[in-house]
Every structure is written in C-alpha cells, then in structure tokens.
Design a protein around this ligand. Sequence first.
Ligand code: GLN
Length: 286
Amino acid sequence: MNAVRSEPRCWAALLREGAARLEAAGVPGAAGDARRLLAHAAGVDPGRLILLLPEDCSPEGAREFDRLIARRTLREPVSHLIGRREFFGRSFEVGPTVLDPRPETETLVVQALGADFETVLDLGTGTGCILLTLLCERRHARGTGIDLSGDALAVAERNAATLKLTSRTDLGISDWFDDVEGRFDLIVSNPPYIATSQMAALAPELRRFEPRVALEGGEDGLDAYRIIVTGAATHLSPGGRLMVEIGPTQGHAVAALFEQQGARDIHVYADLDGRDRVVTGRWSGC
Ligand code: GLN
C-alpha cells in the first residue's frame, strides 16, 4: 500500500491553523471565531473545548472544521455556520432568511420588561427573539408576531416550539399592521432602519448574508417608523406602550414622530455602548 498516512494531529493544532487562515483573510475576531467553529465541528460545548484540545482530532471533525473555516473566510457569519445565536441567555435558530439577533436589541427587551403587559405585538418578528424572550420572561402574557416573510415566520415558529411557547404565540404574515387585529398592551419592533445610501458601507457579513428587507429602511432609514408610529394609536390598549429599536443617530427624528402622533412619556434609551438604541412612548387611549 502506497497511501501516505498523515500523522494524527491534535485539535489544538487544527485550531491554530484555522485561526491563522481567518486572520490572513482579514476576518475580525479570528481567534474567537475559530474556537466557536472548532467546538461546532467537534460537537462539543464551546465552554468545554479546552478539555478536547490536547486530544487527536477525528478525520470527520477536521474535514468539517476545514469547510467551516473556508466559508468564514468569505465572511459568512458564524451564527449562520453553526445555525444558532444566543439572545438574552437563550439559544435561537438563525439563518439567511432572518436578521441575526443582536446584543443591542436586549436593551429593548429590558425596557419592555420594565412595566406589566398581558398582550404584546412584535412587528417584523424575524427569529422571534424579542417576542419569544418577552413571553419566556412573562409567563402569563400572550404574544403576536408578524413578518412579511413566510420563511422568517417558519424560523420563528421553530424557535417558539423549542422554547415551548407555541400555545401562547400567534405568528402570521402581515405588512406591518395590515393584517393585525385587536389591541395590545405593548407593541415592540426592531424594524429595518439603515438608510439606502449606507447599505453599501455595511460589513460583508450583513451586506452579503443577512436579508436586505430586514435592514434597509428607505432613503432616510425612517420609512418603517412612519408606518409603525402612525398605526400605534389604533392598535394599543388605553395606556399601552410602543417601543422601537433605532439606529444611533435616529433618536431625535423617531422621538419627534412619536410626539406628532400623540404619544406621551417619550424616552430615548442608550444601549450598553452608550449609543441611542430604543425609543418608547405611551398612548393614553383613543
Ligand atoms: N425582530 C427581529 C430582531 O430584532 C428581526 C428584526 C428585523 O428583521 N429587522 O432581531
């Protein structure tokens, strides 16, 4: 037999090579990404990867890691490669049809949990990360999530099932409020808010791999807010609250829309990095 038998390699060596390939391709956070991808390829919890590193790698694990590293060098997000992303301490299925849950969106969740609600509507639910987190945190609440994309809703449905929330969650296709019935104590949304002119400057992970419809908010980035804020009064219960995520420069403009539409107690809240991230307001009844 002439087959060349390669020396067994340990996982640590694979990790070093993978991180170096990502670094050479200019991927930000190369070392951390390589660790997460190696844990995924080896089928271990990332927190226990260190125990595995001295051992010889399996040929299948090495091949899978090689494929994942190659895709990451083309800037496919790690979350898409492993199919999941953490949000507010829970794991959500993600993929190319939905916006990846972001840590800054947790600011919106924290604000929403600052007052009681029994019914909540999430406009543009995507993975369902906001709606489903709120329902996990409020055991007696019921939630409605709408999205324009049926593919996104399929992801949200699977996330609801995994979190055992199906019986308290209604998911359906709607263009913002068009097919929404009833009134809600709380309306939340993380709408698309990137101005069209800024789309080309986004990181490749977003520009190439995340759904454009979830990101682009028209010429000034405010198209969705105009629709959402205008519809709030007729879809909120008396005293109900609207909370929207915003881009860091949009606080004044979105707060002004709230004011024009008769909201009270309008506040702009910053995220953990100190950037304006959430606008909230209350409608006293109509
Ligand atoms: N509601 C989802 C999130 O916050 C999706 C938002 C969107 O697609 N713009 O992640």
